[in-house]
Design a protein. Sequence first.
Length: 117
Amino acid sequence: QVQLVESGGGLVQPGGSLRLSCAASRSIFNFKAMGWYRQAPGKERELVARTTNGGTTAYADSVKGRFTFSRDNALNTVSLQMNSLKPEDTAVYYCNGEWGVVGRAYWGQGTQVTVSS
């Protein structure tokens, strides 16, 4: 069993920054891909950023230039640095990992990000 635990959400003013982290219970080398998704009230869950083991990172158009995905292999952690936050970034953010060759999906419990003045 694999566990993903997010941290770092909270309330921030527009234009502010937050850093989300996701700690995996197993080596992140075993994930063929890892990513961050978000779900706002009344909306479907959407991809924010996703990186493969090969190192390619894709971002949603709405966050390009503002969000940065990173990984720390030694700590089995991935992070999402979010800058220039906007009210429309308000959502529950989920860490996702695609495990092994078949890419079985694992999800964290989610962390709330609220951007409001």
